[in-house]
Design a protein around this ligand. Structure first.
Ligand SMILES: [Zn+2]
Length: 490
């Protein structure tokens, strides 16, 4: 049988850029096996050591999840399409140090259900005209409480549209400050906000847009210790985060608190949107039971993103949130929408509630929040260990004329922005195929942006016999900080 396999952007670096690949096989397993034989780098992304499909990769035959058909042994027919749907988080790689959630500001009680004022009738007139909204719907919005986890690329349009629509109380969770590199897509912020905590700048912007919305700042990152307290004050949770630990935390807390989550994620030109609500349908873990190992799925910081993509996906999240609050229309519960900006196409896949789901299934094995950094293989204990060299030590060696071979494992676009003089570019995904360009006798130093990807690359090289492969601790970022502040950074 000949079937087409659709390759998501995140995996196209392994298929020479191809977005569709035709393969032969009688079953899903055979077809994907043929694909992995043709593109060797895909093997470890798709299959475990013992040949089973990995649990963080969802495979759809036409629009059905193969887990609900016959998994690998599902028969395929001529002309069928297989789609590989990886979980994407969209953030920076590795564990990041962050302050715990603090400074919980208290909001006045939300506007209750009372007649709309003249100002409100004027401000909301264009949506009051919609029979699906009307004054009754507007009062629902004014009394509603929505929590946005993440005030970045996705959170920006969600916050702006919900505040504009008059959602009474908006909670914002974010630990970060506005950085110049955020302005390309995080439309809540302006140049003068650079250096300001995001929740603070966002509050200012949203109050300027609609003074009657009450903004609650939750500055810091959501943790297992704080999640219940924070989430419990809201009707709908919007997941606009950029990392797997927070996504699983938000999901689990929402399932246990019986609240809906409006989910969005982005990667390069692709986005995913859906609604999770374990009371009536699937949760995030029904779709992706386990996170991918750290570093296997490239992040936005590696892959880049066009600013309008989170604009589109975040706007869809805002639409779904308003529908949930109004109780109108058909929400995306049970449907995963995939958006491809380059092809400008939308596709829809079914997402089922998994009876075996560890948190929302028939016999849940998880009844409380866990350590999500550890669950996602992050955190200190999980960081790759091995020989490292500090930027200062490396500088001394280079100045002494030592024969060090610098291998930069970032993507070409990153290399173009900045790189260490004399370094050789071999993107991490290409490393297994380009070992021939390196010598096991060389004193290799692996370089990336923050030292996480390169640590994995060094570990891989040592396992392949390059005993002298070392990691540049802290990556280019640390080099710029400690050795050469004149180099541009990103
Ligand atoms: Zn579930």
């Amino acid at each position: 049988m000949s079937v087409q396999v659709e390759i998501p952007t995140a995996l196209r670096s392994f298929t020479e850029g191809a977005s569709r690949v035709g393969v032969e096989g009688a079953t899903v397993g055979e077809a994907l096996g043929a694909l992995a034989r043709r593109f060797g780098g895909l093997q470890r992304h798709l299959f475990t050591e013992d040949g089973k499909l990995r649990s963080f990769v969802s495979v759809y035959l036409n629009d059905e999840d193969v887990r609900y058909l016959g998994r690998e042994s599902t028969p395929v027919r001529n002309g069928d399409t297989l789609r590989i749907i990886p979980s994407i988080a969209g953030g920076t790689p590795g564990a990041v140090a962050y302050p715990s959630l603090s400074r919980l500001s208290r909001a006045p009680p939300p506007t209750g259900p009372r007649p709309l004022s003249r100002e409100q009738l004027k401000r909301y007139s264009r949506q009051l005209l919609l029979p699906e909204v009307g004054t009754a719907g507007q009062r629902k919005l004014l009394g509603a409480k929505v929590l946005l986890v993440g005030a970045g690329g996705l959170g920006s349009p969600v916050a702006l549209y919900l505040a504009a629509a008059g959602v009474g109380k908006l909670g914002l969770v974010d630990f970060d400050q506005v950085d110049e590199s955020n302005l390309q897509r995080q439309i809540l912020y302006t140049t003068s906000d650079v250096g300001t905590p995001k929740v603070e700048a966002a509050e200012r912007r949203l109050q300027a847009l609609n003074p009657e919305v009450s903004i609650v700042r939750h500055e810091g990152r959501l943790t297992s210790a704080s999640a219940f307290e924070v989430l419990s004050g809201y009707d709908v949770i919007v997941d606009g985060t950029d990392n797997f630990p927070t996504r699983y935390l938000v999901n689990d807390a929402a399932v246990l608190l019986r609240k809906p989550v409006v989910y969005g994620s982005i990667y390069r030109f692709e986005g995913q949107v859906t609604v999770f609500d374990a009371r009536a349908g699937p949760c995030y873990r029904c779709l992706y039971p386990e996170p991918p190992p750290p570093g296997l799925v490239p992040s936005c910081a590696e892959g880049g993103v066009l600013g309008v993509l989170p604009g589109i996906i975040g706007s869809l999240q805002a639409m779904e949130t308003l529908k949930l609050l109004l109780g109108q229309g058909d929400t995306l519960l049970g449907r995963l929408v995939l958006f491809d900006g380059l092809a400008l196409s939308f596709r829809e896949l079914k997402v089922r509630k998994d009876p075996q789901c560890p948190i929302c299934g028939e016999h849940p094995t998880q009844t409380k929040l866990i350590d999500y950094e550890a669950f996602c293989g992050l955190g200190e204990a999980a960081a790759p260990k091995g020989p490292e060299i500090s930027p200062v030590e490396l500088k001394e060696k280079l100045d002494q004329g030592a024969a060090v071979v610098l291998v930069d494992v970032r993507e070409p676009g990153e290399f173009e922005i900045t790189h260490l003089p004399g370094s050789k570019l071999i993107p991490r995904a290409a490393l297994p195929d380009r070992l021939g360009e390196l010598s096991t006798a060389d004193d290799l130093v692996l370089v990336c942006k923050v030292g996480a990807r390169s640590a994995q690359a060094a570990e891989f090289l040592r396992s392949m016999g390059f005993a002298k492969a070392r990691n540049l601790r802290g990556g280019i970022d640390a080099w710029v900080r400690e050795v050469d502040p004149s180099l541009p950074n990103y």
